[in-house]
Design a protein around this ligand. Structure first.
Ligand SMILES: Cc1cc2nc3c(=O)[nH]c(=O)nc-3n(C[C@H](O)[C@H](O)[C@H](O)COP(=O)(O)OP(=O)(O)OC[C@H]3O[C@@H](n4cnc5c(N)ncnc54)[C@H](O)[C@@H]3O)c2cc1C
Length: 396
């Protein structure tokens, strides 16, 4: 029926551009609320193959994100496809005696969060869209937006045209929605890349998220369900390229040494990949009839594994604001501004905190080294500070 789209623009309440974790969750939430939603995605999601190698992109999902998935009725399906709870977190420093350990049991929780593959979240959310009557427009790309009066006209690269009362950019860090709307973005390039891989170690990972601060950047080992670890090794761009170029046994040796062999030797690695790291914040999250969510609105350093969690917090807030406007126009700027007020400052604080943290740990100044060591050890011994920090990390 594509010829009808060419002649008459199809009318939607909300068009979500980008079906990453964030856009798909938002489309599902709004579809469940009774909005007529279209979800546009450039690349068709690969069919889920349980026997395939674990995704290189995994997320440490906090309790707030888990609650969102529960409210969308998708959590059980994610659990059955494979999630990995982590019960402890340990952070230590390569250049000082600083060390801190968090245990879920200390704050009366069963876990501190779950490690979940990107493909598990996306498959489950994508399948759930069927029941929510969301129009899936895939594969197709956004080509043009024309915002005028009561509606936005969205033209796709295949010639189809849709009209929506609200267009949401969930189209990632290089958001086309953001650039088509002329919304500027402040970008801080960290001059680093994150090397990611799934690795086996002599001893299985005991459901613990580990992070070691090296002079060149943080190295994280996150527990996978099969006892392996998903690693995120942030380092300067040149070193990251060199790590990718190493043969498997040399890479495993370097990685084991960088991790102080906390789980014995690293015995095998999957394919490796590297992502450039940048922090960014859109100058505005909303315009009349436009909203940005997830990486389209903000990106942060992956050291605390908060990127997707912040995007899912955007989803929860935008869905809440639009639910309150039920019966009214979802593109109304007053409602959208309430979303921006609630989220932009929060995301900014988290971004700055991550930069401060990585700057503190990157510093070679002796007083900073001392403070760093003392800070971590002191926090480890003061339950009130430690548990306060933990509560904040759990809830996002
Ligand atoms: C190394 C690394 C490790 C990380 N670890 C964690 C972690 O442990 N926990 C965590 O919470 N976060 C983590 N993050 C951050 C996390 O990956 C991102 O914050 C999150 O994936 C953003 O999701 P999104 O849906 O906003 O964007 P994306 O995942 O980028 O999705 C955007 C979608 O839009 C589509 N698209 C783009 N342009 C168009 C167009 N013109 N038309 C149609 N479709 C389009 C794309 O195909 C894509 O599917 C990590 C990031 C990195 C780099």
């Amino acid at each position: 029926m594509s010829h009808t789209y060419i002649r008459h623009a199809q009318a939607l309440d909300v068009l979500v551009v980008g079906a990453g974790v964030v856009g798909t969750a938002l489309a599902l939430a709004l579809g469940r609320q009774g909005f007529k939603v279209g979800l546009l995605e450039r690349d068709h999601p690969a069919p889920f193959d349980p026997g395939a190698e674990t995704d290189l992109r995994v997320f440490a999902i906090n309790h707030a994100s888990q609650r969102l998935f529960q409210s969308l009725g998708t959590w059980e399906a994610m659990v059955s496809r494979g999630v990995s709870p982590y019960e402890a977190m340990e952070v230590w420093d390569a250049r000082s005696p600083g060390r801190i350990r968090f245990e879920a049991a200390e704050v009366g929780e069963a876990d501190l969060g779950h490690i979940i593959e990107n493909r598990v979240i996306q498959t489950v959310l994508w399948e759930a869209l069927e029941g929510a009557d969301v129009l899936r427009l895939c594969p197709a790309s956004l080509a043009h937006l024309d915002v005028s009066g009561e509606r936005v006209r969205a033209s796709l690269d295949d010639g189809r045209v849709f009209e929506a009362r609200l267009v949401v950019g969930a189209d990632g860090a290089r958001s086309r929605v953001r650039s088509l709307c002329g919304i500027g973005v402040d970008v801080t390039r960290y001059g680093q890349k994150a090397v990611v891989a799934n690795v086996s170690t002599e001893r299985p990972n005991p459901a613990t998220a580990w992070q070691r601060f090296l002079p060149s950047g943080p190295l994280a080992f996150l527990p996978l369900a099969d006892g392996r670890s998903s690693i995120v090794w942030s380092t300067d761009t040149e070193s990251a390229e060199a790590l990718l170029a190493l043969d498997e046994s040399s890479f495993c040796r370097e990685l084991g040494a960088a991790f102080e062999r906390r789980l014995g030797e690293v015995t095998a690695t999957s394919a490796r990949a590297a992502f450039p790291l940048a922090g960014s914040q859109a100058k505005h999250y909303v315009r009349s009839r436009i909203a940005l969510v997830g990486d389209a609105a903000h990106t942060i350093h992956p050291l605390a594994g908060q990127g997707a969690n912040l995007g899912l917090a955007d989803v929860a807030e935008l869905a809440r604001v639009l639910a309150e406007s039920a019966g009214r126009d979802p593109g109304d700027l007053r409602g959208l501004r309430a979303y921006e007020r609630a989220r932009r400052g929060e995301n900014w604080v988290m971004m700055r905190a991550m930069e401060g943290f990585s700057g503190l740990f990157g510093s070679r100044l002796a007083p900073v080294e001392l403070a760093r060591g003392l800070g971590l050890n002191l926090a480890d011994r003061l339950p009130a500070i430690k548990n306060g920090f933990l509560r904040r990390a759990l809830e996002g």
